[in-house]
Design a binder for this molecule. Structure first.
Ligand code: MEZ
Length: 595
């Protein structure tokens, strides 16, 4: 480390403020440049060296941030955030540059979904042109005409759970792999998954004496999907669900906890112990595994075209790198793992106009890119207009109040404090029921017992979403739910009796007795797009004649067919792992056999 960098590090260690720029509208780059020149952050002093060392992931630059300021784990232990820590709740260890843009206005990534009043260092720097939606056809064609600049066996498009699982599986089968993620960090929508992973006949279930079977898994998924699912895909999901858990455990995940989700006859939703959210945990595990196994993961890299050879076989993709521009990468196999389209307003308006104005719990990455890429080359779509509303998204927000909260004991009541449906029914039914209530919203009500079991609830409290009181009567007073006390008394009796004669709630895991008592306002919002690219049981994409498109695979929410008309909570995470792994293994086999 040079002297200036050492001084900078020392300042950080001593807790000196480095946040206030000396000059208004100074950028972080100027501030660092004054300390040690461009070399402070870049791989050289001269423009040509900087350019040569600059990757789309800004690998060198981020390494330099960590060298001076410390890495995620270090900063977490020395500067514990007493209030909200988005890294712990879902972001995990992401590139520093995702928020701290050096030559541009810094962007607090959290505010893409939230609304935090938090001033970033160098916040008054000038905003440059945003990097988004080019899809520049001339540049795409020029990249194809120039020919591939790199060749690998398998290209994975998208860095959520399906993509990371696919990349890991392909790599472990001996293929060379590159994973291309358009966002500035991996994780996709999976990073926000709060519920769990459905699997049957697992070690965890056997240890707890849960008499679940694969056949029951299939029956529940089909019933939940109103029998509109492709049963062959559902069977594969059930068959491989336990194996998927073991695979994640072999990569370092903890999936010890078990709970019920809506529409299940047996308890099969697996989660990390300690009440942590499943998505961030799986993503963290997979990110670490990808580093350990040397998988080439590139962020800020948006695939804008799948390129075919004259014989219609896969030639590769054109990727648009945020810093390096357009280029073609050749590969014999491509896996689409780009997620759904819940955040693409135009697509929702086109496919499901009645939901166009709904909020969405999805990450900003869920823009349906893979569906558009696949359609362009003749892939078939299944159930494309089936969009799932989740009944409990924080009212007027984009924050999902996980089904887990109901799964471990919350009740759902209307503005008068009256229950109106079994809290554990399927999402389509629960959402419809909420929309039929006065004011079209509901409250979830629970007590301190639940908060102690579910760490995620602390996050809702930090976000200011919870009403809180020392007695149920006081909670009723604050929220205006005049019949709440009577409802809670009645529900506690149902708990004691072990059955809910009013709405037939399948699981009554706790009563509502321990102060403080809480309520959170919820309303339905877009959560999952069940339709997408048609695949077969090998995760091979099908064309309009239902023939295999050789070399093209897809997994996760970009696909259709598995969930039918209504996905059960916990089946999406299972889908990303099971079909991600199948896609990765089959793509590797295909590419390696072609060599
Ligand atoms: O699978 C899901 O979408 C899920 C379990 C969501 C949730 O409510 O946590």
């Amino acid at each position: 480390m040079n002297l200036k960098l050492a001084t900078l590090s020392a300042a950080v260690v001593l807790g000196l403020s480095l946040t206030a720029p000396a000059v208004a509208s100074q950028t972080l780059a100027q501030f660092h440049g004054e300390m040690g020149g461009c070399e402070t952050c870049h791989a050289g002093e001269k423009l040509k060296d900087i350019k040569a060392g600059l990757t789309d992931s800004q690998t060198h630059e981020n390494k330099m941030c960590v060298e001076c300021h410390g890495g995620y784990e270090e900063l977490k232990s020395t500067k514990p955030n007493t209030h909200i820590d988005p890294h712990s709740s879902h972001l995990g260890d992401i590139n520093c540059t995702a928020c701290h843009a050096a030559h541009d206005k810094p962007e607090m990534t959290c505010n893409r979904c939230h609304n935090f009043d938090f001033e970033m260092p160098f916040a008054d720097a000038k905003q440059k042109k945003a990097w988004n939606g080019d899809w520049n056809q001339e540049k795409i064609q020029a990249a194809i005409a120039k020919g591939p600049q790199e060749t690998v066996d398998v290209i994975v498009v998208g860095g959520g759970s399906a993509g990371l699982n696919a990349a890991m599986a392909a790599k472990m089968k001996g293929a060379s792999v590159v994973l291309l993620e358009k966002n500035d960090y991996t994780g996709g929508n999976s990073m926000l998954a709060a519920g769990g992973y459905n699997a049957s006949e697992t070690r965890q279930q056997k240890e707890k004496g849960v008499p679940d079977t694969k056949e029951l898994f299939v029956a529940d998924a089909m019933k939940g999907g109103r029998n509109q699912n492709d049963i062959e895909l559902v069977k594969v999901l059930a068959e491989h669900s336990a194996e998927g858990i073991e695979w994640l455990e072999s990569l370092g995940a903890n999936m010890e906890d078990l709970k019920f989700s809506g529409g299940q006859t047996e308890m099969r939703t697996h989660r990390p112990a300690g009440g942590y959210s499943v998505g961030p945990h799986i993503i963290d595990t997979l990110r670490k595994a990808a580093i350990k196994h040397d998988v080439d993961v590139r962020v800020n890299s948006r695939v804008e075209k799948i390129v075919l050879n004259d014989d219609q076989s896969i030639a590769g993709v054109v990727v648009h790198g945020r810093h390096t521009g357009y280029k073609m990468i050749a590969a014999d196999a491509v896996i689409l793992a780009t997620g759904g389209y819940g955040m693409n307003k135009e697509m929702v308006a086109y496919y499901r106009p009645t939901m166009a104005d709904m909020t969405s719990s999805n990450n900003i990455t869920a823009t349906g890119d893979g569906i558009l890429l696949a359609k362009e080359i003749g892939a078939s779509m299944t159930d494309i207009d089936w969009v799932q509303a989740h009944p409990t998204i924080g009212k007027d927000s984009r924050i999902l109040i996980s089904e887990t909260v109901r799964g471990v004991g919350a009740i759902m009541v209307n503005i008068h404090g009256e229950r109106f449906i079994s809290e554990m029914t399927t999402r389509d039914r629960a959402s419809d029921a909420v929309l039929k209530q006065p004011e079209q919203y509901a409250w979830l009500v629970f007590d301190q017992q639940l908060v102690e079991k579910k760490k995620m609830v602390e996050g809702f409290d930090h976000l200011g979403m919870l009403s809180k009181a020392n007695t149920v009567a006081e909670l009723a007073e604050i929220t205006g739910m005049k019949n709440l006390a009577a409802t809670v008394t009645e529900y506690n009796q149902f708990y004691k009796d072990g059955k809910d004669p009013k709405f037939g709630r399948s699981a009554l895991p706790a009563d509502i007795v321990k102060a403080p008592f809480y309520a959170v306002k919820v309303a339905p919002g877009i959560h999952h797009t069940m339709g997408g690219v048609a695949i077969d049981t090998d995760a091979n994409v099908l064309n309009l004649q239902s023939w295999k498109m050789e070399g093209l695979y897809a997994a996760g929410e970009v696909t259709g067919g598995i969930h039918g008309y209504n996905r059960l909570g916990g089946n999406a995470v299972a889908d990303t792992v099971v079909f991600g792994k199948i896609a990765g293994e089959n793509a590797a086999k295909f590419a390696l056999e072609k060599k």
